[in-house]
Design a binder for this molecule. Structure first.
Ligand code: NDP
Length: 297
């Protein structure tokens, strides 16, 4: 391996520490930042994420609430929960854990969240603000990727960036953030022709596809920085108790990409930890804006 490993865990730990310091500062001004996470149904992966968000929120000294609704909850019940949290002055950030059960209209729920409390940055107002270069709540995963890129590369101005994936959650906001930092941005997707040739142009590759190991080293320009957003759970044998062992892999084939890239994020331990760190940072920012306090940098 020749690439520098971009250590998301260490970076996220530094953000957590900084957020905790800032939380102490706003508490001295008489305010405790509060995050409410809404979980509908019993999806085990979502439950793990929600628990981990709650734990981190507490550790940072913030107020944390978890609102669980049954898998067959009605749209009305979910909208009422969001409306209550919108009106609650102790709550500065609201996150509705996705995906929602298919009978629910996720867009309607997200757009019912007060944009000032939309710490996921998915509300149409925040999407519009980001797209038009105004102050927005920025989605946590792309924000974490941007922070790692800035720390590793310094200025992104003029660099060729290729984002693989065009989801509203990762690909599109990632491209907007890179554009805001004056990179030259290409968004690739499942209809892109000759994807390897497109990726080979890139100084910065962000892979957000959901296909294990799709990006291989022969796609990577020597020295490029590779940010692997993919989280794919793969079978990895059988445990002593007969249950399946699994492991997480990214969208990039780590060994072949790391042999060519200048720097790369691992999976796990890259983008994942940064996402929760940015969620806490967004909650703190929302709290400061709500109370007219100085925002953390
Ligand atoms: P989506 O399924 O919403 O989007 C995937 C994107 O990949 C689509 O735009 C799709 O194109 C594109 N795509 C699919 N197949 C190909 C292909 N063969 N070639 C090129 N592009 C392709 O996924 P998300 O954006 O929500 O997530 C992407 C990955 O990131 C997943 O592995 C997810 O688990 C992970 N993730 C990780 C997070 C973290 O905290 N680290 C947070 C969020 C997501 P098209 O639009 O044409 O269908």
């Amino acid at each position: 391996m020749t690439a520098t490993l971009i250590d998301g865990r260490a970076f996220a730990a530094r953000i957590h520490a900084r957020v905790a310091e800032e939380v102490a500062r706003v508490k001295r001004a008489g305010v405790t930042p509060g995050l409410a996470v809404v979980l509908v149904g019993e999806d085990p992966a979502s439950a793990v994420y929600v628990r981990s968000k709650g734990k981190r929120t507490h550790e940072a000294g913030m107020h944390s609430e978890e609102h669980r609704l049954p898998a067959d909850a009605s749209q009305t019940a979910l909208m009422e929960t969001v409306a209550r949290l919108n009106a609650d002055p102790a709550i500065h950030g609201i996150l509705v854990q996705l995906p929602l059960p298919t009978h629910l209209d996720a867009d309607a729920v997200i757009n019912a969240i007060d944009p000032a409390k939309d710490v996921d940055g998915f509300h149409i107002s925040n999407v519009g603000l980001l797209g038009s270069g105004q102050k927005a709540m920025v989605p946590c995963t792309p924000l974490g990727c941007l922070m790692m890129l800035r720390e590793h590369l310094g200025s992104l101005s003029g660099r060729e960036a290729v984002v693989i994936g065009r989801s509203n959650i990762v690909g599109k906001p990632m491209a907007q953030l890179l554009l805001r930092d004056s990179a030259t941005v290409t968004i690739a997707h499942s209809r892109t022709r000759d994807l390897p040739a497109v990726v080979r142009r890139a100084d910065i590759v962000v892979a957000a596809v959901g296909r294990p190991g799709m990006v291989t080293g022969d796609w990577i320009k020597p020295g490029a920085t590779v940010i692997d957003v993919g989280i794919n759970r793969m079978p990895a044998g059988v445990k002593d108790d007969g249950t399946l062992r699994t492991r997480l892999v990214g969208d990039c084939d780590f060994d072949s990409c790391a042999a060519v890239a200048g720097a790369i994020t691992p999976v796990p331990g890259g983008v994942g930890p940064m996402t929760i760190a940015c969620l806490l940072a967004n909650t703190l920012t929302a709290c400061c804006r709500a109370h007219g306090l100085a925002e953390p940098e």
